[in-house]
Write a protein that binds this ligand. Sequence first.
Ligand SMILES: *Cc1c(COP(=O)(O)O)cnc(C)c1O
Length: 373
Amino acid sequence: MIPVNRPLFISGEAKYLTEAIRTGWISSEGPFVKEFENKFSSFIGKKYGTAVSSGTAALEVAIGAIELKPGDEVIMPTFTIMSCAVAVVSYGGIPVFVDADAYSWNMDVSQIEKKINKRTKAIMGVHIYGHPCNMDAIKKIARKHKLLIIEDAAEAIGAEYKGKKCGSFGDISCFSFYPNKTITTGEGGMLLTNSKHFKDRADMLRDLGFVKEKRYYHSEIARNYRITNIQAALGVAQMKNVRKLVKIKRDYGALYNKLLANIPGLQLPAEKPYAKNIYWMYGVVLDKSTGFNNESFAKKLAYHGIGTRSFFYPLHRQPVWKKPQYRRVAEKNNGNFPVADKISKQGLYLPSGLGNTEKEIRYVSAVIKKLLI
Ligand SMILES: *Cc1c(COP(=O)(O)O)cnc(C)c1O
């Protein structure tokens, strides 16, 4: 079976891991954590980095850093990963969902403003599947209504909006280093910001809410979201090759674009004029006229030895909101989200990890062509 993702280690990982073991620095106190924070933040173009244990933790710490209060609202796409909503709900906030744009699969920015009210505190912009969301539009709305921007750039490491890196726009931006992301630490994540205030709060919130000057003294409830020196060792090694890794993503995207062009009923990823897409995971959406939805198509591909993954199940459809304690989330989001509903049933992504091979991509494309033409 061709896996939907295979990670790639170009050089240096084993050396840095060995160094962590040899020196005995394995916890979050080790020197690779700061080195990784510095290397990654300067690559994206932000002043400060706080490395944490996952992308989900990064989002949660970001929400804590902006001091979201119970009942405060954060606007976000419904077509995204659950982590975005979890971060807000964990502080008693209410995620407010916006439908997707049918072409880029990102949040439809024209629907943001009508969701804003006096409880709205922030907009969470998520760059879906490696394609930047419309940052100018989000910035304009945020400025007009005095809202903060949290940028979830987990799927867009190396992607650019108008020539600037995704993750360089938000008041706080968040990243994941899960193995299917552009660089990986196994599990891990990071928040970036230019604000010393947010940086200090993030450092405190990843570490049990320790008051800086006084150990075992806590002024807030916070969890342990520290990353280890072992994970950061991987991160430092991966950063040496990050430009190569981004190029492989783009090359694989371009290859799929070429091989899958002009197949009736098959929608390929967009690249808007302002965007440099990294094709994080190469997604396709099947028109209903093909006779397939993502599940039946995935079965056909699996029969040919090809692994795939269905698109996100949208947040407004998550059964967890039926629980009584989340009634307000359900009530707030009882509208219609037709685009997200459609792409979540008709969309799936194809083998496109950094460690997948060109040969695999050619085989996958040939099988898809045979099935649809
Ligand atoms: C992967 C991902 C996350 C979560 O990261 P984890 O490290 O798996 O917790 C958050 N947001 C987006 C958009 C992601 O793709």
